[in-house]
Design a binder for this molecule. Structure first.
Ligand SMILES: [Zn+2]
Length: 62
C-alpha cells in the first residue's frame, strides 16, 4: 500500500497579484477622477464621459 502525500497550500501572499491590483485601482481612480485629456491628445473625452456618467447616476458633482 502506498501512502498518499499532500502538498501544503501556498500561504505566502501573492505579491505580484497584490501589486497588479493596486496598480489597476490606481489607474481606475486616475481615469475616473483626474484624467483631463492627457491620454486622449488634449481632448478631455474620458473626463466628460465619466462626468456624464456621474450625472446619469444622480451623483451631485457641481
Ligand atoms: Zn457635473
Amino acid at each position: 500500500m502506498t501512502a498518499l502525500t499532500t502538498v501544503a497550500p501556498e500561504t505566502a501572499p501573492n505579491w505580484g497579484r497584490i501589486a497588479l491590483t493596486l496598480f489597476a485601482l490606481g489607474a481606475l481612480v486616475f481615469l475616473v477622477a483626474f484624467e483631463q485629456g492627457a491620454l486622449t491628445g488634449g481632448a478631455p473625452v474620458l473626463h466628460e464621459a465619466f462626468h456624464d456618467a456621474r450625472h446619469l447616476l444622480g451623483f451631485p458633482c457641481h
